[in-house]
Ligand binder design. Structure first.
Ligand code: 3EB
Length: 404
């Protein structure tokens, strides 16, 4: 189902999912001296594989990680030129790539039969993909539309912006199945509380009027449904949201929100982690046709609701990967009422590893390689929402669907 390939500076997976081919690429420069050379090399690597694998004009979402936001205007100009009329929804993040590169790019693309797949480009912030009765909306870089400065106001405004953008194309925020919440100075205090807790308060208030289940989650799921998510720091001072929504009219397409048997559901975190808990699922699986795609939320070294191995980077990384392994395992799907689904670390197509301290990079890579082998992976430096957490990992898994 997944074919992975690697060359210097780039790794990618090509996946067959419900009759379409998808590509997930992680690219970084090879050895260029300055930003311009590094950007050129990275785009050349992407260009080569898009041509080789038949994904020219097929990239739908992209995340660009920058070590210095001063390069943003130049970077944006190069990327617009490179993709021309096929510009994907693109997020630019102040998250320095590990090992000192000036940039790294994660790109997602989809290719399929002419009459089955329609890609509609809506500028830098949204791409729509229609395929076999499923409409996917990729939103990137959704920013607050307010002059207010408080994190709460800015977060709430960004959620509203995302909702409005979805409404504009006939979807609802309730169709969202995965979010990325990027917050500058995520661990910093904000008055009596903290910036991350204020983001959570805004999310809770916005989600109060959103129904994420709405018939999309079958079975006797008797808990509130929330999207999978990553909440992570950036080196600016802003709130930015990315999300992926799915509106489905395809018979047999179902969503499976997953919790981790070893972790307290984030929405049940006790008061000490904030008056309004983080509303997200540990993973969201989409079963469509004969395949399952599992969006794995940002995962950290937490069991129950406690940080494990504070100050021990290697054990935190192992614990994080253990958590992912248990979360996506067939046993866990069975526990949720979905036998015939499930994945292993071998089934990952892409990962992002956020590390707090740049000096942990080599150790992070060594552990990840040992646990899941070669995998297209973006390694960046970012703060995790709790001070003691040194690593957070998100990923994407694909596996066959064996239920009727
Ligand atoms: C945790 O498990 C670590 O606020 O959306 C991970 C994934 C984390 C998503 C979010 C936060 C979020 O609580 C932090």
């Amino acid at each position: 189902m997944i074919r992975k390939d690697f060359r210097e500076g780039i790794g990618y997976s090509v996946v067959e999912f419900d009759g379409a081919r998808q590509i997930f690429a992680a690219a970084r420069p090879r050895r260029g001296a300055n930003f311009a050379e590094q950007a050129e090399e990275t785009l050349q690597s992407l260009d080569a594989i898009y041509h080789q694998e038949g994904f020219v004009g097929s990239i739908v979402m992209q995340t660009v990680f920058l070590d210095d936001l001063r390069a943003l205007p130049d970077c944006r100009r190069r990327i617009r030129e490179f993709y021309a009329k096929n510009l994907p929804a693109t997020a630019y993040l102040a998250q320095p790539p590990c090992a000192g590169y000036h940039l790294a790019i994660e790109a997602w693309g989809i290719a399929g039969g002419k009459n089955e797949l329609h890609i509609e480009r809506r500028g830098e912030e949204m791409t729509l993909v229609r395929h076999r009765g499923n409409t996917w909306a990729y939103l990137a870089n959704v920013l607050p539309a307010t002059a207010a400065e408080a994190v709460y106001d800015r977060s709430l405004s960004a959620f509203h912006s995302a909702g409005e953008r979805l409404h504009g194309v006939g979807l609802r925020f309730g169709d969202v199945l995965r979010t990325w919440l990027y917050l500058g100075n995520i661990t910093a205090p904000d008055g009596q509380t903290s910036r991350y807790l204020e983001l959570n308060r805004a999310r809770t208030d916005y989600y109060r009027n959103v129904d994420f289940a709405d018939g999309r989650v079958p079975g006797e799921w008797n808990r509130p449904v929330f999207p999978a998510s990553t909440g992570i720091g950036t080196q600016d001072n802003e709130v930015a949201i990315g999300c992926l929504a799915l509106q489905s009219a395809r018979p047999g397409t179902v969503l499976v929100p997953l919790e981790n048997p070893r972790q307290t559901a984030a929405c049940d975190y006790a008061h000490q982690y904030g008056p309004e808990s983080p509303k997200f699922a540990r993973a969201m699986a989409v079963a469509s046709g004969d395949a399952v795609c599992t969006f794995i939320s940002g995962t950290a070294s937490i069991t129950a609701s406690d940080t494990r191995h504070a100050d021990d980077f290697e054990r935190q990384t192992q614990q994080t990967i253990d958590n992912i392994e248990v979360l996506i395992a067939p046993d866990n799907f069975r526990r949720h009422g979905f036998p015939g689904m499930g994945a292993a670390l071998d089934d990952l197509a892409l990962a992002r590893v956020y590390i707090k301290r740049p000096e942990d990079f080599e150790r992070a890579r060594a552990i990840c390689r040992k646990r899941w082998g070669e995998l297209p992976t973006i390694y960046v430096v970012a703060d995790v929402c709790r001070d003691e957490l040194l690593v957070e990992i998100e990923a994407l898994a694909f596996s066959p669907r064996q239920d009727p």
